[in-house]
Design a protein around this ligand. Structure first.
Ligand code: AHG
Ligand code: MN
Ligand code: MN
Length: 339
């Protein structure tokens, strides 16, 4: 298939589908609904303070995190766009405790769709980039009403993963297991157009992303890695590093896809019941699929993220991902500490 810059995302998806003899078009339909949802979210976000959508919703989600009005609104937009057409068999969201029941009378498709409707939502009130993350799995054969256990598949089972970044430009970045492709939303025609075909993460980097305020809670291998970066040209690495932290995983990962880098939210000892901050099913797995497809690596420090056997829809895991050589170095430090 020829991928041409400027191709609309719909055309891109249909052409990909044509190249697969076994494809039925159902994935195309799911992705079209996801695209419509994300355009709706982009529209809501772009109005900012004009539309009264900023600030707290006054509620907590299942994970005890305060919800922003836009968390709730984005979740509603995503659900409405994806539940009615019969393209999915089931939906699960960061903002909802259990899987989402589809409306009565709606036929079931063959895919499961998991999503973080608004990622980095602490940034919304200060007008900094946020995103949406999604992961698509196959619904197991013979299951009519998928329950949480049916969603608990390892990241390696994903059929498709993507994110949308609502930044200075709105972009959708997608993989179906054949590279990573980036599309920019044209405000003029309201379509995502291919602008970044075949995105690759540079193997080498001198830029890291971590919330360093948690340093005292980290495990020793992570402390060692960051200490060595901070020591710069005077330390064992013999070169200076730069640091960035947007506090929106989508924005941090997008930067890494564009210019390389390493991103980590490691295990820390603040709350022993929470092994890491980021959620496996709708944050870590889809981002890991994208990162690996772009030539990067994604690990917990001890295991490839996409090989974790999931135990819960909202399970948290440590993650370190990005440029191959740096992530492999961190994994090596964890291995050294275990010996
Ligand atoms: P969400 O807004 O969906 O809850 O995700 C926020 C996540 C992630 O996007 C980001 O990397 C991280 O939380 C930021 O954590 P800190 O607030 O500790 O910086
Ligand atoms: Mn998130
Ligand atoms: Mn979120």
């Amino acid at each position: 298939m020829t991928i041409t810059v400027g191709t609309t995302i719909t055309q891109f998806i249909i052409e990909r589908q044509r190249a697969l003899p076994e494809a039925t078009g159902e994935l195309t339909s799911v992705l079209n609904d996801v695209v419509i949802a994300c355009k709706g979210i982009a529209n809501a976000i772009s109005h900012g303070g004009l539309a009264g959508v900023l600030g707290s919703a006054g509620t907590d989600n299942v994970q005890g995190e305060g919800q922003k009005k836009l968390d709730v609104l984005s979740n509603d937009i995503f659900l409405k766009a994806n539940e009615w057409a019969g393209h999915v068999a089931g939906l699960a969201s960061e903002e909802m405790e259990d899987v989402v029941p589809l409306p009565n009378g709606v036929s079931r498709g063959k895919y499961l769709l998991l999503f973080d409707p608004l990622d980095g939502s602490s940034n919304i009130d200060v007008n900094v980039s946020v995103g949406t993350i999604f992961s698509i799995l196959r619904s197991p054969e013979g299951v009519d009403l998928p329950r949480a256990e049916h969603f608990l598949q390892p990241g390696t089972a994903q059929v498709c993963a993507g994110y949308v970044i609502y930044g200075p430009a709105t972009m959708l970045v997608l993989t179906t297991g054949d590279g990573v492709h980036g599309f920019t939303l044209s405000p003029g025609i309201g379509e995502f157009l291919l602008t970044h075909p075949d995105m690759r993460i540079p193997e080498e980097t001198t830029e890291f992303a971590i919330n360093a305020s948690n340093m005292r809670f980290w495990e020793l291998p992570m402390r060692r890695y960051i200490d060595e970066c901070l020591a710069g040209s005077d330390g064992p690495r013999g070169k200076n590093f730069n640091m960035r932290w947007v506090a929106s995983m989508v924005a941090d990962v997008h930067r890494i896809l564009c210019r390389g880098g390493i991103f980590t939210y490691p295990l820390d000892s603040r709350e022993p019941s929470k092994p890491g901050k980021l959620r496996l099913m709708y944050e870590v797995n889809p981002m890991s699929f994208i990162v690996e497809q772009a030539g990067g690596v994604s690990s917990t420090g001890r295991q490839r993220c996409m090989e974790i056997t999931p135990e819960g829809l909202h399970q948290r895991v440590p993650v370190v991902l990005g440029s191959k050589s740096e992530v492999e170095r961190v994994v090596g430090y964890y291995r050294d500490a275990a010996d």
